[in-house]
Every structure is written in structure tokens, then in C-alpha cells.
Design a binder for this molecule. Sequence first.
Ligand SMILES: Nc1nc2c(ncn2[C@@H]2O[C@H](COP(=O)(O)OP(=O)(O)O)[C@@H](O)[C@H]2O)c(=O)[nH]1
Ligand SMILES: [Mg+2]
Length: 436
Amino acid sequence: MGLFDIFKKKKVDQENQSAEVEQQTTPESALSESEKQVTDADQNQPAEKSANVAATDQQNQPVAKDAADTRVSATADHDEAKHEPAEVVAENSKDEHDGDQSVATDHNQNQGQKQDQNEDQHQDKQSNQDVYDRGLKQSRNGFAERFNRFLANFRSVDENFFEELEDTLIGADLGFDLAIQISNQVREAVKVQNIKDKDQIRSLIIEQMVSQYEAQGQNEDQTMHFAPAGQPTVILFVGVNGVGKTTTVGKLASTHKKEGKKVLLAAADTFRAGAVKQLQEWGNRANVPVVAGPEKADPASVVYTAVERAKEEHYDVLFVDTAGRLQNNVNLMQELSKINRVVKKVLPDAPQEVLLVLDATTGQNALQQAKLFQDSSDVTGIVLTKMDGTAKGGIVFAIRDSLHLPVKWIGFGEKATDLRVFSAEDFVYGMFKDLV
Ligand SMILES: Nc1nc2c(ncn2[C@@H]2O[C@H](COP(=O)(O)OP(=O)(O)O)[C@@H](O)[C@H]2O)c(=O)[nH]1
Ligand SMILES: [Mg+2]
């Protein structure tokens, strides 16, 4: 089943569910129906249920299976996790404050922690599709608005129509090349299928966008790679300042720790003041140790220490946070390849992943950054952050079209549970569900 067919099936399932709910009258049956609805909705989440995973998207399989496992162990770990991070924070704040004041601060911080954890637990339970739907709201509405405006002007399929279509797609951040490609495909399909009617055109354009997106992803390896059991996996995070590297490392530390993994962090952004402390805060919160050097330490030496420790103390995974800027880009790229070499010295098969973090709100600019990093470090995938803050989700299409790098994770907010394994199905549905 193609991506567009999966999309349509989801849409029909959702409409059926809404219709069923509307038919309910008595509160008692409404309750059981809404429970049923939750179950049905869950069953439609390919990234979360292994049965569906096996039946649908090959690309997502290993990652998605992992996500399903996570879900089980995360629930099992909750009781344990509830207490640990709060204690760590309490210890820390004792260092910083003294006397009675510290008691009050500790108390407030503990309360805050508990609240955060309750929210996290609530969000852990949210299905991927719910999180995608919420996080893509701006993009969905933004695209629908543009697209409907374009269709409102529709008179006939002429040159003007195709020009306006291209402008609409470029406006949604799909990029120039992809906009032209999609427009040409729509031109072909309109001719072959002799389409004249506005509703058919609407559906056709979305179908072409989805199909084109699917076709271009055929050779992408979307899975996360891990070292064989018993050896540490090393994952480097690269990208310019402010895109969300440290936040992503923190979020992944938190979710992997909850899965029961032994997690270590390396603070290799020694260039920017405050970067180490920011990572240490995430480490404290997730109850995960952070390897850091003195101020302005050589990043590669911090990484070396961290990799050795990961190996000797049998960590499952080491996440390395790197600098987004040095004196200049040449220095930065040299530093990143030095880090890479140092990792390999200790663990020849590592790093298993070099993830480039891109900020979705920067649009086409993100693609320029990507080219810079792609040229000089062996980037294996993308983490696309801040999708919640953009109305131009089309950047996901542009990334696939122009970089041919898989998006592996997607960020919909600042909390640990807002970072999700990327699922093309959930993404496409979250983007276009109001339009077909
Ligand atoms: N809304 C939103 N904010 C994010 C997301 N990811 C990161 N941020 C914010 O982006 C800012 C920069 O993040 P940081 O991790 O310090 O970027 P770095 O310089 O690449 O390490 C912080 O305020 C983060 O909270 C996301 O997915 N959504
Ligand atoms: Mg940072």
C-alpha cells in the first residue's frame, strides 16, 4: 500500500470514528465508545504497534519497533523514574543555596519536577499521531490556507494555474525544484485523467505531493543504528548555534534512560559560555552523568574521555553535544572531524550516527547549513526541531528532495516527550488531513 493510500485509509477510519461517537446518546455507552475510540486510534498508529509496523512501512520498521518497546519499558519504569531526578535536583540546589532559603527552593523545585513528570507521563501515553497533529497545527493550517486561496481562484487548468500552483508550493517551503517537479506531474496527470473539476484537482495535487515524497525516499535509511549488544553506541550531534542540539541530546537522554538504557553525555561544546551547564541541567534532570572538561577545554579531549568511560563502564549509548560555531566554519569542520577520529580511536565502528540538527523555522536556510555540514562531516541523518513553531512544514519535503538525508527524529516542543521518531505517515497525515 502506498503512502497516499495509507493516508486515505487513516482519513476514512477517523471519519468513521467521529460518526460513531456522534451516534452515541447515553453517557454510559458514550464512555465505552470513547474508550473504544482510543483503542481504535492506537491501532492506527503504525509507529507504535508492532503488528501494524510489520504490515506497513518498511522504512520505519526497526526504529518503530524500538519505539514500541520503549513504550512498554517506559511505563514499567515510571515509578522508579518518578523519584530519581527530583533527588538530583535537590542535591544541586543545596550546592547553590544555603539555610532556610534552600529548603523552600528545594521544595518548589521538587514540586515543579513532579508537575513536569506528570506532564511527561501524560505525554508519554499520547500516540505519535496526537503529538504530530498538535505539533503540525500551524503548518497544516498555513498550507490549507494557501492552498484554498489558490483553489478559490481556479477557473481552468491553464498556464496561469500551473504558475500559481508553483508559487503556492514554493510559499510552503517545498523549494523551487520540487515545486516545478510536482507541478509537471500534476500537468501530466491532469492530461491523462482528463481532470477538470476543482475537487478532483485538489485531491490530485495532494496525491502527487505525497507520491513524489514517497518515491524520493525509496533509498533512504531511516533506521537508527546501534552498536552490537555489549558495546556502546556513540551518536554525535552537529549543527549551527541555536538549532536545538543540546535540547535534543537532553530529550534523548531522558527517553533512553526511561527505556532502561545506560546513558552517558559528553559536553563537547566548550566554545559557548553556558553550553556545558545547559547540558548538565538536562543530565541532572534525566539522572544521567555528563562528561565535561574545564572551561575552553579541547572538545576532542572531552570526547575522548567520554568514549573511554563509555567503553570501560559499559554504557549502552553516548550522546555527544558539539559546538555550533567556532572562530570560523573551517575551524568548526576541522574540529568535528577531529572528534570523529578520536571516537574511532577508541571504538573503530563508532560513531554509529552523526545527526545534523536543523531548525524547521529557518526554512530554506536550513538547507544551506545542511550542505555545509554534509560536505565535511559524515552526516547520517537529520533531527528536525521546532516543527511546532513553523507554518511551513514543507521543509520536510525539501530536505528529502535536495539533501537525500533521512529525517530520523522530529521535535514538536521543548519537553523530552515532544521529540518523536520521524514517521512519514504520521507527518503526511498531520499535514494534509484537512484537505482531502
Ligand atoms: N518550540 C521548540 N523549541 C525548541 C525545540 N527544540 C529546541 N528548542 C529550543 O531552541 C532553543 C535553542 O536550543 P539549544 O538546544 O540550546 O540549541 P543548540 O545551540 O543547538 O544547542 C532552546 O530555547 C530550546 O528550548 C522544539 O522542538 N520546539
Ligand atoms: Mg548547545
